[in-house]
Design a protein around this ligand. Structure first.
Ligand code: SF4
Ligand code: SF4
Length: 601
């Protein structure tokens, strides 16, 4: 059937289509904004096996295995996931594979949803693998297909780098030809290539050096490295989303657009530089292209004027180049909408209880990181995926008895499987006494509800074994493991106290599903309500920070009219957002909060 439809796709949807058209049969990755939707979309295509791996390292290892087996494979991750996956990636550069292996790496300039702002173009340089960088969804699709060809032609994993703007922006993408790998699937033993003992690795190191030369030559003729000559007063070398900003800000300038950001087309760069009066480099984040151009002895201007922090746009570029700022549209200031846990979120009960205990909370990456925000303010550190347990253990080992019972590690179920497990193994093995709280809400919440090893369902929508976290912790040697419903505040506080006091490692599993799960949304809610006549305005319930609880201030006259006590400044009201969790009702000593329809007399 002819494939000539034009589709309106996001960059991530286009990448999934590109992988499908490239003949990908296996895909493995870990969810992480802005890359998550790639595998979710790819899972909808017939004949492609997709999975959520417990972390990015496993995802790339699965990809290496599929490539060894002669099957085209995709692995996806956000930029920080590449740090986890770097170990297998660097050696996969040595082994190569058989069928094409392409890694999608999504960077997040401006840190819209990330804990740092690293520039993963540096990984391509360090691992000696090619990297392509599309400028729009149509290129994203094409580049994925090209990446598979490059991977097989040069026997190398290829990284396609996107950024948040490319991943989430929508554009027209034409369906294209279905490709097929020239490699036959099957098991082939190639020990000199696949077994990286030092003797073999030294030989492969030479192969990589030769490959690098060939890739540099290839970059000179790669069709998406292209020069667009115009006014020669200004020449700009750029790539990715920055290309669009350059075209918008300086339509008159000559441009060298790099579709392959590593390795560099050195001859093309020299040629372009020689044709323009002044050379500029426009790129987000690190001076990656700039450093290499300067290393070639070519005079250029880059980070001296172009910001190295955050995202760029055409306005920033105009200002950076000190051209007139266009008096175009200036966006209205929108009211701030600070992030908050949802009404009825089970994590709220846990953080409320932790705050009462005044412990140091070693937190982790997930929607529960919002426990940091006031009024809960119950998270004291958060570094990277799975780090909470190691950090808590390190504090205890550093301070000895002084830290006993004063540090609690908190992480979600998905994060526990990602890289918290090994931290807990370390606590048990090295005779630590950390208390670890695992927030088991049955899903990977922050990235939009991806299944994980405890969910009982795969990315393909099939039921599977749900790993029992309680039994797993017992099997690791943790003697004190309890499950608790975090909506029951008293029970939760008692469970935490007992765990903290336990002489040895302890685990508290807070078990309650995310309120945004479809089955939870379908559940008939029994919302709560507040009787203003009973409310004394003490604000105890507001300490939960539930967005369904609103403070209504009153004037002295209104207070008198409402029959309030003298000096009562207002009362609390519950909005229709209430999910009926009942946490606030447990905090009201005046019994002002009751289930709607069960109001106290
Ligand atoms: S509802 Fe209860 S806890 Fe909340 S402000 Fe009123 S009296 Fe205090
Ligand atoms: S019961 Fe209270 S805490 Fe729970 S969702 Fe409703 S208003 Fe929020």
């Amino acid at each position: 059937m002819a494939r000539n439809n034009e589709l309106w796709l996001s960059g991530n949807e286009a990448i999934a289509l590109g992988a499908f058209e490239a003949g990908v049969k296996v895909a493995s990755g870990y969810p992480g904004t802005p890359s998550t939707e790639i595998l979710e979309n790819l899972s909808k295509y017939e004949g492609v096996y997709t999975e959520w791996a417990p972390n990015e390292k496993v995802g790339i290892e699965v990809a290496i295995g599929s490539s060894f087996a002669g099957v085209r494979v995709l692995s996806t991750m956000k930029h920080v996931g590449m740090n986890v996956a770097a170990d297998p990636l660097f050696t996969a550069s040595y082994t190569g594979g058989r069928a094409g292996l392409v890694i999608i790496n999504a960077d997040d300039p401006e840190m819209h949803s990330s804990q740092n702002e690293q520039d993963n173009r540096n990984y391509a340089f360090a691992a000696k693998v090619p990297m392509l960088e599309p400028s729009d969804p149509a290129e994203a699709k094409e580049f994925v297909k090209l990446a598979f060809d490059i991977s097989e032609e040069f026997d190398v994993p290829v990284i396609v780098r996107t950024t948040t703007r490319i991943a989430h922006v929508k554009g027209l993408v034409a369906e294209g030809e279905m490709l097929k790998s020239g490699v036959e699937p099957g098991i082939e033993k190639m020990p000199a290539k696949f077994v990286m003992l030092p003797g073999n690795a030294r030989n492969r190191r030479k192969v990589i050096a030769e490959r690098q030369q060939k890739l540099e030559t290839f970059a000179e003729t790669f069709a998406y490295n292209k020069i667009e000559m115009a006014d020669v007063k200004i020449g700009i070398i750029t790539s990715g989303i920055s290309y669009l900003y350059v075209k918008e800000a300086f339509p008159e300038a000559s441009v060298l657009k790099l579709g392959m950001v590593y390795p560099f087309p050195k001859l093309m760069i020299s040629d372009f530089a020689s044709k323009v009066d002044e050379l500029f480099i426009v790129e987000e984040l690190d001076p990656f292209i700039e450093t290499h151009v300067k290393a070639m002895g070519i005079k250029c201007t880059g980070k001296e004027i172009v910001p190295a922090i955050g995202e760029l746009n055409s306005f920033i570029l105009k200002k950076a180049f000190q051209k007139e700022s266009p008096a175009l549209f200036s966006p209205e200031e929108l009211p701030l909408r600070p992030p908050n846990m949802c009404a009825g979120c089970p994590h709220r009960g846990l953080f409320y209880s932790l705050k009462k205990l005044k412990v140091f909370v070693s937190g982790d990456i997930g929607c529960y990181t919002l426990g940091f925000l006031p009024p809960l303010s119950a998270m004291d550190s958060c570094v990277c995926m799975g780090a909470s347990i190691g950090i808590a253990h390190g504090m205890e080992k550093a301070l000895g008895l002084e830290a006993k019972g004063k540090v609690v590690a908190v992480l979600g179920d998905s994060t526990f499987f990602h890289s918290g497990l090994t931290g807990l193994v370390n606590v048990v093995y090295n005779k630590g006494c950390s208390t670890v709280v695992i927030l088991d809400n049955r899903i990977t919440g922050m990235t939009g509800h991806q299944h994980n090893p405890a969910s009982g369902q795969t990315l393909m929508g099939e039921p599977t074994h749900s790993i029992d976290i309680k039994n797993l912790c017992h099997a690791l040697g943790v003697k004190h493991v309890v499950e608790v419903n975090p909506h029951h505040l008293g029970e939760t506080e008692t469970a935490l106290k007992e765990a903290i006091e336990f002489d040895g490692p302890s685990v508290v599993i807070t078990k309650s599903p995310c309120v945004l799960l479809p089955e939870e949304k379908r559940r008939v809610k029994q919302p709560y309500t507040i009787d203003p006549k009973s409310c004394t305005g003490c604000k105890s319930c507001l300490r939960l920070g539930c967005p369904a609880l609103n403070w209504v201030p009153v004037t002295e006259q209104q207070a008198r009219e409402l029959g309030f006590k003298e000096k009562q400044k207002g009362y609390t009201r519950i909005s229709e957002m209430c999910n009926g969790c009942g946490q606030c009702a447990q905090l009201c000593k005046f019994e002002a909060i009751t289930r709607a329809g069960e109001e106290s007399a």
